[in-house]
Design a protein around this ligand. Structure first.
Ligand code: FAD
Length: 375
């Protein structure tokens, strides 16, 4: 799996990245994905670490040539940092129980709405476990504003099926489309836009193109992010499937006597995942275990029987962190280790992306000169 990820990354860096900024908005269909990287399933599990990827690209190209791609990677970093500052947004999403029409919902998730493109994307999501970024935007917009379904259900549907399902990118992107992330500004899918960027595959799609943004009166106050350590304290390490980066961190992992990898099964998840997604995550963990001999996969019960004298690689806001919160009364006493790059970047994620973007030159400067990753 690591080799496959590495090869796909190299192919993209050598070929696709050159035309990325002019071609990236086109969805040419599942058989033709050369215009985008397709790396998110690896990046979201850190099989490929986003900061290493940025360093690698900038060792080959001037920033001006690849700035759009680098900026897209920073969207991931930014969303993650934003949610770290407002964990209640995730809590409210997971705990929400909106009202909706069961019949309309069933039609949507079965791809039986009669909206040709939408129905095809539902099938694609279930079979490929992936959708193009532009298509995710159209999909979410149609779900919310044409089908009148609650955004929370759409976001759960994505999490269930996407290989790259990510608490921050997914929840906040759905909120953004709905018009409650950037308050008062929604994203409306338009027939002409879909026609153009699907290369005329979908024409005459009838949509609600005049909907107003959703209203969400709740204001979330900014919180300090969890204090993360950068130095090893214990001999044992616990990590989840979202932190599987090995290549540049081999010596870090090798310093531990034991590494325990936990994969939550559906009974411990608020949002139940499709079997294919769980299997994909398992395959990634097995690949990690093949590389790092002092690591093993354990289930939740074995994990709970461990003496809590271990370091935890911080899993970020999401299901894994919810699990730790539920199981440990004093979760704050756990020794959480974070990546220095995350800690650095998240300080710029308190406001909008525009503010983050202003700091990208400074962030890049930091990334290019900070090689001492954990210690
Ligand atoms: C409604 C909606 C839900 C989404 N849910 C997820 C999700 O659960 N998990 C997820 O990883 N991404 C999510 N995204 C972001 C984005 O659509 C995917 O990261 C992207 O489509 C992945 O394909 P790629 O790797 O070929 O992307 P590329 O276009 O090749 O981009 C390269 C990398 O940049 C990052 N990236 C690109 N666009 C975005 C973006 N808009 N937001 C955050 N990061 C981005 C990803 O890490 C991606 O791998 C969502 C977007 C929308 C609109």
């Amino acid at each position: 799996m690591y080799e496959k990820a590495s090869q796909e990354k190299l192919d993209f860096i050598q070929k696709g990245i050159k035309d990325y900024s002019s071609q990236r908005n086109y969805d040419f269909g599942p058989k033709s994905r050369e215009n985008i990287s397709n790396l998110s399933k690896y990046i979201s599990h850190r099989i490929i670490n986003e900061y290493d990827l940025i360093r690698e690209i900038l060792s080959e190209y001037n920033l001006q040539k690849v700035d759009k791609f680098i900026q897209e990677i920073f969207w991931r970093v930014y969303w993650k940092g934003w949610l770290e500052h407002r964990p209640q947004v995730w809590r409210d999403f997971v705990d929400s129980s909106p009202t909706y029409s069961e019949e309309d919902y069933k039609k949507a998730i079965n791809g039986e709405t009669g909206i040709e493109c939408f129905d095809d994307w539902v099938k694609e999501l279930k079979t490929e476990n992936y959708l193009h970024n532009h298509t995710r935007m159209w999909f979410a917009s149609i779900w919310i504003f044409t089908l009148n379904l609650p955004w929370e259900l759409g976001a759960r549907f994505f999490m269930k099926h996407l290989f790259d399902g990510d608490a921050a990118s997914n929840t906040l992107s759905w909120r953004w489309v709905a018009g409650i992330q950037t308050q008062g500004k929604n994203y409306l899918a338009r027939e002409s836009n879909i026609r153009k960027f699907t290369n005329q595959r979908y024409m005459n799609t009838s949509l609600n193109e005049n909907a107003l943004p959703l209203e969400n009166p709740k204001i979330y106050s900014l919180q300090e992010v969890r204090h993360l350590q950068t130095k090893q304290k214990y001999k044992n390490l616990v990590l989840f499937e979202t932190n599987l980066n090995v290549d540049e961190r081999y010596s870090f992992f090798k310093n531990y006597e034991n590494i325990f990898m936990v994969l939550l099964d559906n009974k411990n998840r608020n949002i139940k995942l499709d079997e294919k997604v769980l299997n994909f995550k398992k395959t990634l963990q097995e690949a990690f275990a093949n590389k790092i001999s002092n690591s093993q996969i354990i289930d939740e019960d074995t994990f709970m029987s461990l003496n809590p004298q271990f370091d935890v690689l911080y899993p970020s806001i999401g299901e894994n962190m919810d699990f730790l919160d539920r199981e440990f009364k004093d979760v704050d006493k756990l020794h959480f280790i974070g990546l220095k790059e995350d800690i650095y970047c998240w300080q710029f994620s308190k406001k909008g992306f525009f503010n983050f973007k202003k700091n990208i030159p400074e962030v890049i400067n930091y990334l290019l000169h900070e090689n001492d990753l954990f210690n």
